[in-house]
Every structure is written in C-alpha cells, then in structure tokens.
Design a protein around this ligand. Structure first.
Ligand SMILES: Nc1nc2c(ncn2[C@@H]2O[C@H](COP(=O)(O)OP(=O)(O)OP(=O)(O)O)[C@@H](O)[C@H]2O)c(=O)[nH]1
Ligand SMILES: [Mg+2]
Ligand SMILES: [Zn+2]
Ligand SMILES: [Zn+2]
Length: 1017
C-alpha cells in the first residue's frame, strides 16, 4: 500500500524513518531507548523539548501523556508515533503553537474537544488508530493543511470537517466510509484526496468543485458510476485511480482508453436514456441448424433445405425483458460452421455476450463436439462467458448429453440446456425466455447512452450489408450529422470497437482510415491467404504479388485493390504475419504456415553451454493447448528473427548484437512450451520473452491457466520444480532443493536466476551498476581487454532501464517520463556554468529499449519554474542515476545501430543535467517521508516528484504533442514513448503491394502501379 506524500518539516527529522514492517526507528535510538524504562516520560524530556521546540517520543509503549505536557506552550512539533495512547489529555489544548502533531499508530478512538484550540496546527497525523468519531471542534483548526486519518474506523464524516478550508491533503483510506457528503466540494484547496478502501457507492457531483486536485484515489469502493461534474477535474492533469470498483458499462472500457474518453462520454450523458441491448453468438458444427434456430427465434417460417452460411450473418431479434416493461434488442451473430472459418471466427468471440452452442444429436454427432465449442469460447472469453446448449431435431431424436458433467467441466459458464425443433417450433418459447433472462443479466444491460450516439451508431451499422466498410471520414460525417463533437466521435468509435460492432484501429497510421462494418469481409480475406496453396507450399512466405490472385480471383464479388495494403497491415496487427522484405518484390511471412520440420539450429536444449555464457530455462505448462501460440510469438518477436522458425518453435537472437543473447522457444507437446535463453547475461532477453508469453496468453486466451516450472538441470532428468514453490522456499530462507527424479541437490538461488524476485531493490541495483560503470571507466583498457564484461554490463543496464520504465509506468503512462535539464543553449559558457535556474531547458527522451536518446524536438524552456523544479528534484536525482546506465549501453551499441554523435549528445546532455541538478533549489516544499519505498520500487518522494513532473509537462505542452514522441506498446506489454524514427518499428505503416493484374490494354506501359497509402481511390 502506497503512503501518500505526507509533509514533514526539513532538518533533523529527515532521517527519522519507518522501516518496511511498519514499525518505527529513531535516529540515534541507542541513546534513547535502552536506558529508559518503557512508557516513562522524564523531566529531562520536557526540558529538552523546551530547548528544541519539538518533542519526540515514539515507539516507547507510552500509555498516557503526563500533565506536564500542558506546560509546553511554545512547542512547535510533537511526535508520539507508535505508542499505546488511548486518549489525548485535554491539556493538549495548551500547545497553541503546535504546527505539527503526529499520533500515528496509537489506540485513540476519539480526540478531546480541546484539540480545537490548536489554532496553529498545519499537519495532523492520526493514521492507524481506532477513531470512530471526531469532535466538532476539529473544524476550528483553521490552519490545517494536511489531515491523515488513514486506517481508522470512521463510518461518516463529521460536517465540521468541511470547515477546514485550507486543507490540501486529506487521507481517509481504509475507513468504513459509506458516504461522501456533497460538502466535500467546499474544500477547494484540496490537492490530494485519498478515499481508497472504503464502502462508498457514490461520488457526489460537488467533487467537480475541487478544481485544484492533483490526485484522487478511489480504489476498492462500491462505486458503479461517475457524476457528470467530475469532468471538471478530469480535464486537468490529475492522477485519478479507481481500480476495483463495480463500475457499470461502459466505464471499464472507457477508463482503459483514458480519461478523455470518460469525459466525452460523461459530457454526452445530458440527455441519455438506458439501453437494453445484447449480443448473442450462435456457434456449432456445420449443418446442425444454427441459421434455422435464429429464424425460429425471429418467428420466421421453417426452410427445409437451407443453404449453408458463408462466414457470418448478423440479424436483429427482440426479446421481452423479464422484469421491466421494455424490449431487449439483440444482435444475433450466426457463424457459418464450416471448417474454413475456425481460425478467424474466434476473433469475434466477445466478452459480455451470450453464447448459444447448437448441436444435432443425430448419429455420429458426439457430445465432445459441444465440449470443444465450450472450450473454444472459454479460452477466448474467459470465465465470465455464459453459454446455453441447444439440441435441434428434438421431434426426431432424444438428446443424450451429460449436462451435469459439462457443468462440472465449465463451472459457472452454463446457463441451461434446451431441446428444440426448428420444424415444429417446439421448445422455442422457453429458449427465448431463457435468452431474455440471461441477456438481462449481462453487464451492459441498461447502460446510459445519449440518443445522439444511438442514432449515429444505428445509422452506421445499418449499412453493413451494402458496404462492408466505410472510411473514417464517412464515420465522422455521420456522427457530426447527429451532433457529436470530435471527442465524442473518437469515444464512440472506440466503444463500438470494444463492443465488437466495428473494427477500427484509430491509433495506427494506415489502419485508422477504414472502419469495418462487416467483420466477415475481413475474415474471409484473411482465410483465403491462410488457405492459399502456393503460400503454404513456400513454407508461409507470401509474395505480395500473389495477393491479386488470392483476393480478386477467388472472391466472386472481389476485393478492391486499394484495400490490399490494409488487409495485410491488419494481419500484422492480429499477429498473423510480418514483413520479410519490402524491396521490388515484397514478401511477408505467414507464421501459421511455416514448415513442420525444425531447421538446423546453432544450439539446442541439450547442447552444452559455451564458456562465458549463462542460461535460464523455464517450461510454461498450459492446462489446454493454445492454438497458434508459437506463430504469434514468432510474429511478435520478428525483429529478433534469424530466419529459423518452424511450426512448433522459433529461434531468436536479440537484434542488438552487443547483448549476445539468443533464445530457443519450442512446444514439446501441446501443453508444454520450453523457453531457454543463453547469453553472457541472459536476464534481460529472458524477461522480455517471458513477459511477452504471459501477455499473449492473457490477451488471446484469458480463460487459459498456465504455470511456470524450472526443469531439473541434470542432463536427461525429467524432474522439474514449480516456480512458485521455489520462490516460497527462497522466502523461507531455504537455500537448497532436491530433485525427486535424479536425487540431485540444487541451489535455489541458481535455479531462480532471471526471476525478478531475486532482483535487488531498484535503487540499490542502480547504485551498484553506476558504481561498476565508474569502476570500468577508470580503466578504459579493461573494457577493451574484456569484451564480455561490457556485454554483461550493457545487458544488465538495459535490463534495469527496462525495470525503470516498468516502475515509472506504475505512476505515469500518459506522457514521456525520461528527460534531461540543461541551461539554455544561447547562454555563454560562463553563464551556463553560473546557471540561475530562472531559465532551464527541458528535453524529453525517446524510450526505445537499448537506444534511449534525447529528442530535441521536444524541448521546453522553463521560465520561473524554480518552485516546480524543487518539487521534481527527488525524481531528477533518480533519473540522473538511471541515465548514467544509458552511456555504457549506448557505447556497446554504438557503431552497431547508433551513430557516434548520438553518444556524444547523450554525454553532453548528462553533463548539463548534472550542472542543473547541483544548482537546483533545495526542496522548497516540505520534504516527503522519503525513506518509504513503495512496493513498486519508487520512493514516496520520487513518485510524487514524477507526478509533479507530469503536471509541469502538461502545463508546458497543453496540446500534448511532445515534439512528436508517441506512445507505443512493446511486444512484452509495457508502454513506451518513442521518437518518429523508432516509432516505425512498432507501427510500420502500410505495406507495399504490387499490382500484377494480368496485362490488359495499355495498363502496363509504365510498369505495375504501386499500391500503397497514397495511391488509393
Ligand atoms: N427436422 C429438422 N430439420 C432441421 C432442424 N434444424 C435445422 N434443420 C435442417 O437442417 C439443415 C441445416 O440447417 P441450418 O440451419 O442451415 O444449419 P447451420 O448450422 O446454419 O449450417 P451452416 O450454416 O452450414 O453452419 C437445413 O436443411 C434445415 O432445414 C430441426 O430442428 N429439425
Ligand atoms: Mg447457417
Ligand atoms: Zn533431476
Ligand atoms: Zn528514438
């Protein structure tokens, strides 16, 4: 649990610290505690307090305060942390000069009325007590700026609290608050409001009046919706968290998209009406009666010899809501059951939908087909999926299905089993009722939506039959016609994409121009590539010039050539293929079609380790086969490809050769993925790979369970150690572990290399690396002699920089986080050294792994920002250290990928930053409890400083252009801000497709026209 940024006066209190177990340590504890019997307060103490202006009596088992306390009328600060106090004596009211009172971690259940006399009090720490009520006199503390009530037993907030107009920070976490009164809106000076871990079910609209808020924490409450008025604070650079709340639709998706989306939605709610809509997906083998079932549900007449469904049909259906006097509008998705659609259809299995698994219990139809469909659904959708089983041909055959067994296999997922007959209509009514009941329980039921949004959406969707896709311009035009503004339009498109109504990737160049209305239009195109004979026989290598043949000749209605680059790009987006070469005859690799045979590899799992290398090996055990896992990994990691891939595996080499890191990933059975990394220092590459495996499993198969085990190092031994067991043993200080199979005894720390838990705490890790860098740079010849040392150091540094990014991402992801400060370039050399911090140049950096560099387009002149730089200084110190790691990395990489000037640039920036940092004002604000390291590795002070930096940056760059730095997601999941040059590695734009239509007329006189972004229409 993170502590808020509590203020504490500077000076000798700063070394006072709270150690991680929550107890407290006093500076120079030796001279205090041993000689003193616990709980005794001596006259010496009083004397000393008079002299020093403060009294500290912490962690000493004190049960009451002596009467003498009231004689300390001049006392400025009183620290009574971690004692056994049950009450504060009324005499406390005499301490009228007290500015800070800290009674954390005692047993108080209320405060005396006399507290109200402490008219100078600015900071009051009452966290971790048992306070149930506060006296009205609390409202008299007119100077109070910081009130900490975390971890008490408040159920209600006293009205007097809202008289504290100067309050800047209010911490109410971990109380039993059930209600937040509207009066909170009076505390207009609040900057930080902490309300996590309470029982709040609503946020009052008055929250919108807190326009100075920088941080609002609402995690772990019972909040289901947000008031419209919150827009006023959302439009500011605020850190707002509300994880673990039962938020209604569409908040979860919107929040995942960002607060701008939430604001746009809230703004539109003015005239909103509840929506009763559901999505029903009908799946099953071919020819079992799916289409006939939908017809029956729609009360259409039975068709004896119905045609097979090609791809996907979407039909509306209305159902009566079981409890309300409203109709539910259902969109039924009828999936053609033929084999060819198996790969692409699961892309459209959405969450928050009802599934109908149809089967025909005729001879030869097996129950396990039903089971296989349920499994596909669960893999793709996860545990929240709901499914109904329907047996057709009920008039002819009795459905023999072991429903109880299925219920046990898919706990919580099944919503009933129905036998129907499409010819006679038997059973249809009760199925309809069950569908209405299940639909009514879907989370999006009753979602509020503006009628303007509804009519825009409906008009767009109604076109799907005539036009499988429209341009985003057309989408925008329709929305504008219905009165939506720009923010609303992008939010609506995101919402529709998330709900599976359309396919639209607004964040990607090349993909953002097309809005797909009929998903089948797309899946068929992809299916044709996957089935293409020549591509299959050339081991998955797809020559782009084949696309005309694939897409135009096979499809009766054809695809327009201008869409070819889009389809290909989307296949990349779906991790189906990647570009092998662009040149005159561009090629892509379709990873699902690579050969079965394993090529010759530089090494395999049983090759002995070369000297100077270490290895990390792990097995990822899946509870169900994950079809396509290896091919998806092959695509994701294609920058590391060395052309060695096969159906069951891939061999990778980190593109930065200085890291000398190689990996072998291979399925040795349907459910076992082996991963081994070999390198002088394998941790970084290993972590990148294991993170990407976990991310893919999580994204593509949310319903899949997996565990990680470490295979026994003995050659030929089949023993393995579950990872969590090893981690637990290590926590329990056990150092060795026996193998059950070969009786070998192994060092647990050695088995666990590469796992983050062994990693030292971030700060000490950085310090150690920086020390080693200094050590090395003092003996340059050492580097030249021992090449492997720089490899190790470079890899380890990169690994830690990746940890740094991950750590920073726990605080801030919506802007670049790495920067340097420099005196303005115009200043003379002398002026630059004699820097006054009135004018400082802030330059953001590109965060591309292994190649961090300053991005001078993103430079800001900070004028008169002394105070802010003071706020940020703890983070600047942290950054300076982290950035020093960049130098050896870059040095190792220089010449390989980076031009040397970049290295000079980096060095120059760092030198200047050091100059600036040394001249920064000491913290002008109260310092933080800086010794507290939070679980995510940043100290309190650094976290707060990072947020302050964000606020500063947003003020400097309100349009959030950041000099063209853009956010991308690395294959292993973390968000990075990168420069335009590196951006292309994440979003390569549209591929080139050559149009080799058969020659006709004068068409080919000037060679084939190129089809790329500009040449459409
Ligand atoms: N007697 C009888 N015939 C049915 C029933 N349901 C479907 N049929 C017939 O079975 C055949 C297949 O039905 P469809 O509804 O087209 O099956 P489908 O599952 O949509 O097939 P695909 O689209 O190819 O996946 C049609 O000829 C229907 O008339 C039923 O309950 N009883
Ligand atoms: Mg059908
Ligand atoms: Zn063994
Ligand atoms: Zn870059």
């Amino acid at each position: 649990m993170r502590k808020p940024t509590g203020g504490r006066t500077s000076g000798d209190d700063r070394d006072w610290q709270r150690i991680p177990d929550g107890s407290t340590v006093l500076p120079g504890a030796a001279q205090w505690s041993p000689v003193r019997p616990p709980g005794v307060f001596s006259l010496d103490d009083i004397e000393r307090a008079r002299r020093d202006g403060y009294l500290r009596f912490s962690g000493s088992g004190l049960t009451s305060l002596p009467a003498e306390i009231s004689q300390l009328g001049d006392l400025g600060r009183l620290y009574l942390v971690h004692n056994e106090l049950v009450v504060l004596p009324p005499g406390i009211g005499h301490l009228v000069n007290l500015t800070e009172l800290d009674v954390r971690s005692n047993r108080l259940n209320t405060l005396p009325a006399e507290i109200g006399r402490l008219s100078s009090l600015e900071e009051l720490y009452l966290d971790d007590n048992a306070i149930t009520t506060l006296p009205v006199e609390i409202g008299d503390l007119g100077e109070l700026r910081n009130l900490d009530l975390e971890g008490n037993k408040l159920r209600k907030l006293p009205p007097a609290l809202f008289k504290l107009r100067k309050l800047e920070q209010l911490d109410l976490r971990n109380n039993g608050l059930t209600e937040l009164p509207g009066e909170i809106g009076r505390l207009t000076n609040l900057r930080r409001l902490y309300l996590s871990h309470n029982a709040l079910s609503e946020i009052p609209p008055e929250i919108g009046q807190l326009t100075r808020l920088e941080k609002l924490e609402l995690d772990h409450n019972h909040i289901s919706a947000l008031p419209r008025e919150i827009i006023q604070i959302l439009t500011r650079p605020i850190t707002f968290t509300m994880e673990n709340n039962p938020l209604q639709e569409p908040y979860p998706d919107l929040i995942a998209r960002g607060w701008t989306a939430v604001s746009a939605y809230l703004k539109s709610l003015e005239d909103a009406i509840p929506q009763y809509e559901a999505k029903v997906l009908v799946v099953g083998e071919g020819n079992v009666g799916k289409t006939s079932l939908i017809a029956s549900l729609r009360s259409e007449s039975f068709v004896a010899n119905r045609d097979t469904t090609h791809g996907l049909e979407i039909q509306p259906l209305t159902l009566q809501h079981p409890d309300l006097e409203v109709k539910i509008t259902v969109r039924t998705w009828d999936f053609g059951g033929q084999e060819v659609y198996r790969i692409t259809h699961p892309f459209f299995f959405s969450r928050r939908a009802l599934y109908i698994v149809v089967w025909n219990p005729r001879d030869g139809q097996e129950q396990n087909e039903v089971e296989a469909w349920l499994q596909r659904i669960r893999l793709r959708v996860g545990l929240e999926a709901r499914a109904v089983i329907v047996s057709t041909h009920g008039d002819e055959r009795h459905a023999e299905i072991d429903y109880e067994h299925l219920k046990r296999t898919f706990p919580g997922m099944l919503a009933g089993h129905f036998t129907i007959d499409n010819r006679s209509g038997r059973g249809i009514d009760s199925l309809r009722e069950a569908m209405a009941r299940e639909s009514a329980a879907l989370p999006q039921m009753g979602r509020m939506l503006s009628p303007r949004w509804i009519s825009a959406r409906d008009e767009i969707l109604s076109q799907y039959r005539e036009r499988p896709q429209i341009s985003f311009d057309q989408f925008v035009e329709t929305c504008r016609y219905h009165g939506l503004d720009t923010d609303e339009i992008s939010t609506l498109s995101e919402l529709m994409h998330d709900l599976g109504h359309i396919i639209h990737y607004g964040d990607y160049e090349g993909l953002r121009d097309i809005v797909v209305l009929n998903p089948e239009w797309l899946t068929k195109a992809i299916g044709f590539v996957l089935e293409d004979g020549p591509t299959r026989s050339s081991a998955g290598v797809l020559a782009h010039r084949r696309l005309y043949e694939i897409w135009n000749e096979k499809m009766p209605e054809g695809y327009e050539t201008r869409h070819y680059p889009y389809f290909l790009r989307l296949m990349e987006q779906f991790d189906i293929c990647y570009r092998l070469s662009e040149g005159p005859d561009p090629l892509s690799l379709v990873a699902q079609l690579v050969p079965h045979a394993r090529p010759r590899l530089p090494w395999s799992f049983d090759t002995p380790l070369f000297p100077g290398l270490r290895r990390i090996r792990v097995v990822c055990k899946l509870n169900e086969p994950a079809l396509g896992l290896v091919s998806w990994l092959t695509v994701r990691h294609h920058p590391s490809s060395v052309g060695m891939h096969w159906r069951r595996g891939v061999f990778l080499r980190n593109p930065i050769s200085a890291y000398a890191s190689e990996a072998l990933i291979e399925l040795d059975s349907d459910r076992r993925l082996l991963i081994e990394v070999r390198a002088p220092s394998p941790d970084m590459f290993f972590n990148v790979i294991i993170d990407s495996v976990q991310l893919l499993l999580h994204l593509r198969w949310p319903g899949l369970h997996y565990s990680l085990v470490i295979p026994c190092p003995t050659a030929g031994c089949t023993g393995e150690f579950p990872l969590d067991n090893l981690l637990r043993r290590r926590r329990n200080q056990r150092s060795r572990r026996d193998c059950m199979e070969c009786d070998g005894e192994f060092d647990i720390a050695e088995l666990l290399t590469g796992f983050s838990a062994v990693e030292p705490e971030l700060h000490s890790a950085i310090n150690r690396l920086v020390y080693r860098i200094d050590d090395m740079s003092q003996a340059v010849e050492k580097i030249e002699a021992g090449v492997d040392r720089i490899e190790v150091l470079a890899t380890e540094s990169t690994h830690f920089l990746r940890r740094v990014i991950k750590t920073l991402s726990t605080e801030v992801t919506d802007c670049p986080r790495i920067f340097t400060l420099a005196p303005p370039p115009r200043a003379s050399v002398l002026d630059r050294l004699r820097l006054t911090t009135d004018l400082v140049l802030l330059t953001l950096w590109c965060e591309h792994p292994g190649e961090w560099h300053p991005w001078h387009e993103a430079s800001y002149e900070l004028r008169q920002e002394k105070e802010w730089l003071g706020h940020i200084s703890p983070y600047i110190d942290f950054l300076l250290k982290a950035l020093r790691l960049v130098v050896p990395v870059t040095a190792a990489v220089a010449g390989v990928v980076l031009p040397k000037p970049d290295l000079d640039d980096i060095n120059a920036e760092l030198q200047l930053m050091k100059v600036v940092a040394e001249r920064l004002p000491a913290q002008v604000d109260r310092p933080e409890r800086e010794s507290e390291v939070t679980e995510n590795n940043l100290t309190m002070a650094e976290g707060a400083a990072l947020r302050a930096f964000r606020a500063l940056l947003f003020r400097q760059d309100p349009s959030q252009h950041f000099g063209g730095l853009r956010r991308v997601q690395a294959p292993s999941g973390e968000f990075l801000w990168v420069c335009p040059r590196h951006y292309q590695e994440y979003d390569p734009g549209l591929p080139t497709v050559l149009d080799l239509r058969p020659m006709s007329g004068n068409h080919d006189l000037h060679g084939p026209p190129e089809l790329s972004p500009g040449s459409s229409h």
